[in-house]
Design a protein around this ligand. Structure first.
Ligand code: URA
Length: 209
């Protein structure tokens, strides 16, 4: 089963507390999602392999380490996942960025892909799929499957808020995928929203309602 990593870092917990607040406006919400994503990127990249290197300093030769040949890709699920992209790129600026757009079919309630543009060498990249809210898990599971169908082999899923149901669904359908979340809430309401959650992440990021 995939690993589930919850972030107990005080900075992340503090910032999550502010973005949950109904009185936090879109500008501050966006800035904080950006900052939390950067802090999470630090942990999500912890297992990147290092190679030995040597550099010439002003006073001699230093034996150093550099990140090995791993190629990374980040893939936000539209639209709310977009809010996490810049924060990730702050730490991994060379990562390629793909996009997946999904909507829920009102009849079948199944996620349907309406947009997909991915790096052409996706099968060689370690991918981090981004969606701030892991609620029912339907979009995340579908997004992971779309990536696998196109050849992706190594996928991590990163969100800000996860529900227990969403975590269980990813673990069941994609046990090879590690999950990274800042906070876990236990409940979903009848509309599939996380309770107490933070509301609609896309609306709060982009000021729509
Ligand atoms: N998407 C959101 O934006 N919020 C939720 O609570 C669930 C899904």
């Amino acid at each position: 089963m995939g690993k589930v990593m919850i972030f107990d870092h005080p900075l992340i917990q503090h910032k999550m507390s502010i973005i949950r607040d109904i009185n936090t406006g879109a500008k501050e919400f966006r800035e904080l999602v950006n900052e939390i994503s950067t802090l999470m990127a630090y942990e999500v990249t912890r297992d990147l392999p290092l190679e030995d290197a040597e550099v010439e300093t002003p006073v001699g030769k230093a034996k150093t380490k550099v990140i090995g040949g791993k190629k990374l890709g980040i893939v936000p699920i539209l639209r709310a996942g977009l809010g996490m992209v810049d924060g990730m790129l702050n730490l991994i600026p060379a990562a390629k960025v793909g996009h997946i757009g999904l909507y829920r079919d009102p009849e079948t309630l199944k996620p349907v892909e309406y947009y997909c543009k991915l790096p052409s060498d996706i099968e060689e990249r370690d991918l981090i799929l981004l969606d701030p809210m892991l609620a029912t898990g339907g979009s995340a599971v579908a997004g992971i499957q779309f990536l696998k169908d196109r050849g992706a082999k190594n996928i991590k899923f990163m969100c800000l808020l996860a529900s227990r149901v969403g975590i269980d669904l990813i673990n069941k359908d994609h046990p090879d995928v590690d999950i990274y979340a800042a906070v876990v809430d236990e409940k979903l309401n009848d509309h599939g929203y996380i309770v107490p959650g933070l509301g609609d992440a896309g609306d709060r990021l982009f000021g729509t309602k």
